[in-house]
Design a protein around this ligand. Structure first.
Ligand code: ZN
Length: 432
């Protein structure tokens, strides 16, 4: 069994979906008990180390913020009934809202209420991390119908000296070459933008441990921006081992696939994902831009790590993005499984790409005499395998890697890799 076969054994879409669904009700933010509960759930499946970094710790140009936890938050209308309740949906409360206990007329409350006029039935997702403020989010249709009168507002939240939590898991391979795999864990009840990446990364971590990989894999489950900045600040001396990396987000729907290159642009991970998307015959590959998820931090100029971003729907573009409509109906087991397979196919390139040289470069070797025509016949990939054999023999001049060959031949890397292994068995190829 190859790395690819072993890693693909973890492509259990139903499991990933169920795991995402189990995490959906939890109120996460950039700090607090929701992140801890999420990391503990991940840690039930992986040897995860949970790090706690105290409030006030200087991390690069940032400071670890106070920890935020909510007990309850609601608004009572003029009639005394709860019209908005955090217990009903955690998106109702602006994340990092400061504590409030007050009565006020609608005009005073109104600036603290957020809605989406063009999506009147959805609750928006809003945060106020680095600005002391408070607010509630609700469907625009409900906001429009609020009567004049006095409203009672309660946000029983604590902003305290605590810590920022992130989870880290190292799957050791045969070499110290590291692959950084990163997912953000700071969004509350949002399925595609948050939970899909967490579920895929957890499933992948379980499978990698059994895949006897060449590379070592460092899995990071951290709150967006401040979490990756904190990790980078505490691991400056370690980042030199990172050869490849990718952030995973929005991997639970059927759009795309989409890959955003690292800042380096032509790193092996960039070529690997571009190749996987090209062989799928659909999807998009974009150049790096300094907006998005934690690739922004990994690709800041002082680090300039080869870390890209893999998604299905692009963040900020799909209509449900950062709204209550990014719920469990937006993601599906088959899409999670397909995303998983694409990531593993890209990792297979990083695991297996190598230089080979042909032992009989003068004229084509006689394949029939060696039984190689029989070996390649008989399956649905027959034509691809036949072409792969000719391409590999032709390009195995010690200057083209297997990925170079796969790109040039427009054939899946797996077929080129398997063909090269077969030719090696027949002493027609050797390591360069
Ligand atoms: Zn987001």
């Amino acid at each position: 069994m190859t790395f690819l076969d072993r890693a693909l054994a973890g492509a259990d879409g139903d499991w990933m979906y169920r795991f995402a669904a189990s995490l959906y009700p939890i109120c996460r933010s950039i700090t607090g008990d929701g992140v801890r509960a999420t990391l503990r759930a991940v840690g039930a499946h992986l040897p995860l180390t949970i790090h706690e970094v105290p409030t006030g710790t200087a991390v690069l140009d940032w400071t670890v913020p106070r920890e935020w936890n909510v007990r309850e938050a609601w608004i009572r209308g003029p009639g005394g009934e709860k019209i908005v309740d955090f217990a009903a949906h955690n998106l109702h409360l602006v994340s990092y809202s400061v504590p409030v206990r007050a009565r006020m007329p609608l005009a005073e409350l109104r600036p603290h209420l957020h809605s989406l006029p063009d999506r009147p039935d959805w609750i928006p997702y809003r945060t106020s991390y680095y600005d002391e403020n408070w607010g509630f989010c609700l469907p625009h249709r409900q906001l429009e119908a609020l009567p004049e009168g006095d409203y009672e507002v309660c946000i029983d939240a604590a902003l305290t000296e605590g810590s920022l939590s992130y989870g880290e898991c190292l799957v050791s391979g045969r070499t110290t070459d590291e692959v950084l795999l990163s997912a953000h864990v700071c969004h509350p009840s949002l399925a595609n933008d948050n939970l899909s990446g967490i579920a895929l990364l957890t499933a992948l971590g379980r499978a990698l441990a059994d895949a006897s990989p060449r590379c070592s894999y460092r899995l990071l489950f951290a709150p967006g921006t401040i979490g990756s900045i904190t990790w980078l600040a505490r691991n400056r001396e370690r980042v030199g081992n990172i050869r490849h990396g990718v952030c995973l987000s929005c991997v639970g729907d059927g759009a795309g696939p989409y890959y955003k290159r690292s800042r380096q642009g032509g790193a092996p991970v960039d070529r690997a994902f571009a190749h996987v998307i090209a062989t799928r015959g659909r999807g998009e590959v974009a150049d790096f831009f300094p907006y998005g998820y934690d690739e922004r931090q990994y690709c800041s100029p002082g680090f300039d790590l080869p870390v890209g971003l893999f998604e299905r729907s692009r963040f900020g573009v799909f209509p449900q993005y950062h709204t209550s409509a990014d719920d469990l109906s937006l993601i599906a087991p088959e899409h999670l499984a397909e995303s998983y397979a694409m990531v593993v196919e890209a990792l297979d390139v990083l695991e297996s790409d190598r230089l080979l040289v042909g032992t009989r470069p003068h004229g084509e070797p006689q394949l029939g005499r060696r039984g190689l025509y029989q070996a390649i016949g008989g399956d649905a990939e027959r034509t691809d395998r036949q072409m792969a054999m000719l391409w590999v023999l032709n390009l195995a001049d010690g200057r083209h890697t297997l990925l170079d060959m796969a790109e040039r031949a427009r054939l899946p890397f797996r077929i080129v890799r398997e063909t090269a292994a077969l030719l090696e068995q027949h002493d027609l190829l050797r390591p360069a």
